[in-house]
Design a protein around this ligand. Sequence first.
Ligand code: KIV
Length: 283
Amino acid sequence: MSSQSTLSQASSITHTRKTTTTHIRSRKGAEPIVCLTAYTANMAEILDPHVDVLLVGDSVGTVLHGHDSTIPVTLDAMIFHAQSVRRGVRKALMVVDLPFGSYEASPQQAYANAARVLKETGADAVKLEGGATQRETIRFLVERGVPVMGHIGLRPQAVRETGGYRIVGKTEEECDALRADADAVTKAGAFALVLEGVVEPIARELTGRIDIPTIGIGGSPACDGQILVTEDLLGMFERTPKFVRRFANLRETIDTAISDYAKAVRGRTFPDHDETYGGGNGD
Ligand code: KIV
């Protein structure tokens, strides 16, 4: 069956129980929440049966488009990828990142762009980076029916401001800021909070402190759930941060497959008889 027909079959099945933000919230302190990123329908279709949350992350900019940060990612690019992911999702909660420059100016700007994301992609929620500084924006979105996942700690969209990808929570000052951020995001009404690049003691403390689930990425096992960039765990990159575990080495697998393909073409052993249309009645 072609992937095309598998996808259309998946979207015609309506009885699968769809994960909601309420389900995710209710998992606080209970069963760990499994989250991964996806940028395409095909990958979403493979991941969906295994995960609770699929994030269309703005990491698409570095992972698929070769940028050195997430800053260049546009809202239109996020919508394009999210529309693709939607066609592969059946049950996971689908969250889409609001990219840099699409929400920071005002709560109104954030609402207009979040509404576009929900309307044009069928996403269930948006994610945005920032804690206390985004309190009003998160509240504004949630009060108007836009579910929000927060993201504090290491904020990739802020690398120009923070000077790089730095692990946080090592000083009392940083811990105080993290506490204020976690409290602000929770009180503003977010349904879950990503803790990125945060040392274990404060990740554990924040997880016990707030009543919404924490989702760690380099945030230690203390969090209520975990997220990784899928291409990282599949071993598509030579260098990854310490918090990534490679569950496969697809880079090596792809390299071997492509080298075998090139040899077969050059040696005229591909395509062979069975892979060729003969023009007879059989095909
Ligand atoms: O963009 C992204 O992929 C993220 C991470 C939390 C995985 O924000």
